[in-house]
Design a protein around this ligand. Structure first.
Ligand code: DOR
Ligand code: ZN
Length: 366
C-alpha cells in the first residue's frame, strides 16, 4: 500500500544560492518556509566571498534579513506562521577559493567558525569560469595544493564544482573529464581530505563517488533527478531548464537517480537553487545558468522518491546523510509531507520557478 504521508527530521540544504541585497530578501523566505534547519551558502556573489571579513559581512546580512522577516507583521495570507516562529535556520558560510588566499587564512576562518567549508570553482587561463560567478575561481589547481594540505590536516571539507573549463571539452563531458583531470589527482595526493562533489549529474561521476575508497560524498539537485537534457530543448529553447552542470542524457540521469533513491548514503540533497531575474534568463546570447527550486524543493524530492517507491530513503537523503561533515546534527524536530496537490508558483519576485504553474503531488504541511 502506498503511504499518504511521510514524517522525517527537518532537512538541511547542502548547496544553496541566496545572493545578496533585494534578491536575498526575495528568496530567503522560500527556504525558511521549507523547514530547512540551515543551508550551505554558496559564496559566488558578484563580489565573491574570498576573505574572512567578507564571509562575516555576508552572514550578518543574511541574519539581518532573517530578523526582519521574523518581526514583519505584514505576513502574506496563509504564511503567517513562519513570520512568528523563532527560527533556528543556520546559514553555513563557505569560502570562495582563489589562487591567492593563503593556507593560514583558510584555516583561521574555519577555526574561528566563520566558514565550514571551502568552495572550489575553476576558471581557464582566459579567466572564463564554467558557471555563474566563477571567473575569480582557481586557474592553477596545482598551485592550491598547499591549501588542500592544510584542509586535509584540519578536516575542512572541499566542496568542488567539478567541471572542466577548457574551451575544447564537450559541454556534456565536462564533469566526467574533470573527475579524471582534477578530482582523482586531488584524492590521490590528499587521502584524508573530506570532499563533496557538488550537484553531480554524470553517471560516470556517480559510479566513481559511490565506489572510490575516500571520504567523499555528493550533493544532488531535485532538477537533475527529474529532467534530462531534452528538457532544455523540448518545444523550443527553455532557458528555465538551463543550469550548470547542464542536465545530461537520460542514461546519466537514471544512473544518478538509482544511487539516490536506492538509499546510498554517499548522496545527499543540495538544491543548488540559483535565482536569476527573468531578464537574465531570457538573453538570446549569454543566458544565465541556474534553476530556482527553493519554493518547493522538498516536494520535488519527495515526488522523485515516491515515483521510485523509495519513500523510506527520503529521510536520510534530505535530513541525515553526511551532515556531520558540515558540523550539523540530524534535527530532533520533525516535518511532514502529505500526498495532495500543490501548485508551484510561477514566479517569486522576478524569478521564474522550476515547474512553475504545474501541480505537484506532495505538499509539505508542517
Ligand atoms: O546553474 C548554476 N547556477 N550552477 C552553478 O554552479 C551556479 C549557479 C548560480 O550561481 O547561478
Ligand atoms: Zn551552485
Amino acid at each position: 500500500m502506498k503511504e499518504n504521508s511521510v514524517t522525517i527530521p527537518r532537512w538541511f540544504d547542502r548547496h544553496l544560492h541566496l545572493r545578496s541585497g533585494d534578491m536575498l530578501k526575495t528568496v530567503l523566505p522560500c527556504t525558511l518556509k521549507q523547514h530547512a534547519t540551515g543551508a550551505i551558502i554558496m559564496p559566488n556573489l558578484a563580489d565573491p566571498v574570498t576573505t574572512i571579513e567578507k564571509a562575516k559581512d555576508y552572514r550578518k546580512e543574511i541574519e539581518q534579513v532573517m530578523t526582519s522577516l521574523r518581526f514583519n507583521t505584514n505576513a502574506p495570507k496563509g504564511q503567517e506562521w513562519y513570520w512568528k516562529k523563532d527560527y533556528d535556520f543556520v546559514p553555513c558560510m563557505t569560502l570562495y577559493l582563489t589562487d591567492h588566499i593563503d593556507p593560514e587564512e583558510v584555516v583561521r576562518g574555519f577555526e574561528e567558525g566563520v566558514w565550514r567549508a571551502v568552495k572550489l570553482y575553476m576558471a581557464n587561463q582566459k579567466g572564463q569560469g564554467g558557471t555563474t560567478g566563477s571567473a575569480h575561481g582557481v586557474k592553477n589547481l596545482l598551485g592550491r595544493y598547499p591549501v588542500f594540505e592544510v584542509m586535509e590536516k584540519h578536516k575542512i571539507p572541499l566542496l568542488g564544482h567539478f567541471e572542466a573549463v577548457e574551451e575544447d571539452v564537450d559541454e556534456f563531458d565536462r564533469e566526467s573529464v574533470s573527475v579524471d583531470r582534477d578530482l582523482k589527482p586531488i584524492l590521490k595526493s590528499f587521502p584524508g581530505l573530506p570532499v563533496v562533489f557538488e550537484h553531480l549529474t554524470d553517471g560516470r561521476a556517480a559510479d566513481f563517488v559511490a565506489e572510490v575508497d575516500h571520504d567523499i560524498h555528493a550533493t544532488v539537485t531535485a532538477h537533475h533527478l527529474m529532467i534530462n537534457r531534452n528538457a532544455m530543448f523540448w518545444g523550443g529553447m527553455n532557458p528555465g531548464h538551463y543550469c550548470k552542470p547542464v542536465p545530461k542524457r537520460e542514461t546519466h540521469r537514471a544512473k544518478v537517480r538509482q544511487y539516490v533513491t536506492s538509499g546510498n548514503r554517499r548522496f545527499g540533497a543540495g538544491t543548488d537553487s540559483a535565482p536569476h531575474d527573468e531578464s537574465a534568463k531570457s538573453r538570446c546570447y549569454g543566458c544565465a545558468a541556474g534553476i530556482f527550486t527553493a519554493p518547493s524543493a522538498v516536494e520535488l524530492y519527495t515526488m522523485t522518491f515516491d515515483q521510485d517507491n523509495a519513500l523510506e530513503h527520503l529521510g536520510p537523503f534530505l535530513s541525515e546523510n553526511f551532515l556531520a561533515l558540515y558540523g550539523m546534527e540530524v534535527s530532533s524536530e520533525m516535518m511532514t509531507i502529505e500526498r495532495g496537490a500543490l501548485v508551484v508558483p510561477q514566479k517569486v519576485g522576478e524569478v521564474q520557478v522550476f515547474k512553475g504553474g504545474t501541480e505537484l503531488l506532495w505538499k509539505l504541511v508542517g
